[in-house]
Design a protein around this ligand. Structure first.
Ligand code: ATP
Length: 273
């Protein structure tokens, strides 16, 4: 598929209310909302506003959601792209995209730039993990570093990046003035899962036998994305069974299905990953 240049959302509707659990991460990332809303409060005292924050955690734990919520809370545009879009790119294209992204972001500032899977483009240079595409990946990474250094800390652009492999990142990305803040996001514990279930059960028509606590305790290891998936799957199953309400049995079957999918996925992942 031909990926678009990048995504731009001017009016983000997601807020911190849509992000369940992750209390510490939310607390930390709230600072960014303030930088975007009240930059003068910081500049007045001579503080340099950070340019970037790195969200570190396993897939599906809400990193994208949280970054979007920052834009939603601050009322600023959200530009996003994924590092994996750059992997098989013709020479010069990745770097040009990055430049174009920053150009547009500057015009729309204050705003958030979100880079998902930054490890795909930000692996330490010379690691050679992806033969063939490596040179262009390095070009792209270099242009990202150049752009990050090129805008002033008071330009109103904050870059939030996400990764589940902080260990492979090029140290240049983590230097002061770049992604010097890390916010870790873990898979939810039983309390977190309960909070996430609450968010995703809200739109469903539930039978009285649905027990949130049971659902939360029966889903160890599930990330938010899987919980969202279970809830929707249960509703689909209930509809197929011509029910008026989603029952606990539908959730049991949905959980089995999602667990089955996860097991399959884990088997497909090569052992050296
Ligand atoms: P990836 O690393 O795979 O990009 P991610 O960490 O960015 O994953 P998201 O894309 O934010 O994860 O999550 C996918 C979906 O899962 C969200 O759109 C949301 O529906 C649900 N979800 C994940 N975490 C949470 C959470 N903490 N609260 C509510 N919903 C969540």
């Amino acid at each position: 598929s031909r990926a678009t240049l990048f995504d731009a959302e001017n009016k983000v509707k997601i807020t911190f209310n849509d992000v369940a659990g992750l209390d510490e991460a939310k607390e930390e990332i709230k600072e960014i909302v303030e930088y975007l809303q009240f930059p003068d409060k910081f500049k007045k005292l001579g503080a340099k506003i950070p340019k970037g924050a790195l969200l570190v955690g396993p897939p599906g734990t809400g990193k994208t959601l949280l970054a979007k919520a920052v834009a939603g809370e601050a009322g600023v545009p959200f530009f996003s792209l994924s590092g994996s879009d750059f992997v098989e790119m013709f020479v010069g294209v990745g770097a040009a995209r990055v430049r174009d992204l920053f150009k547009q972001a500057k015009e729309k500032a204050p705003c958030i730039i979100f880079i998902d899977e930054i490890d795909a483009v930000g692996r330490s240079r010379g690691r050679g993990a992806m033969p063939g595409s490596n040179d262009e990946r390095e070009n792209t990474l270099n242009s990202l570093l150049v752009e990050m250094d090129g805008f002033a800390t008071d330009s109103g652009i904050i870059i939030v990046a996400a990764t589940n492999r902080p260990d492979v990142l090029d140290p240049a990305l983590l230097r002061p003035g770049r992604f010097d803040r890390q916010i870790s996001i873990d898979k939810p514990d039983v309390i977190g899962r309960e909070a996430i279930f609450k968010v995703h059960l809200k739109p469903l028509k539930l039978s009285v036998d649905v027990d949130i606590q049971k659902l939360s305790s029966q889903t160890p290891g599930f990330a938010g994305a899987e919980i969202a998936n279970v809830c929707n799957e249960a509703a689909l199953i209930a509809a197929r069974r011509d029910r008026e309400e989603v029952t606990m049995q539908d959730f049991q079957d949905a959980m089995d299905r999602v667990i089955g999918g996860l097991e399959k996925k884990n088997k497909l992942i090569s052992p050296e990953e």
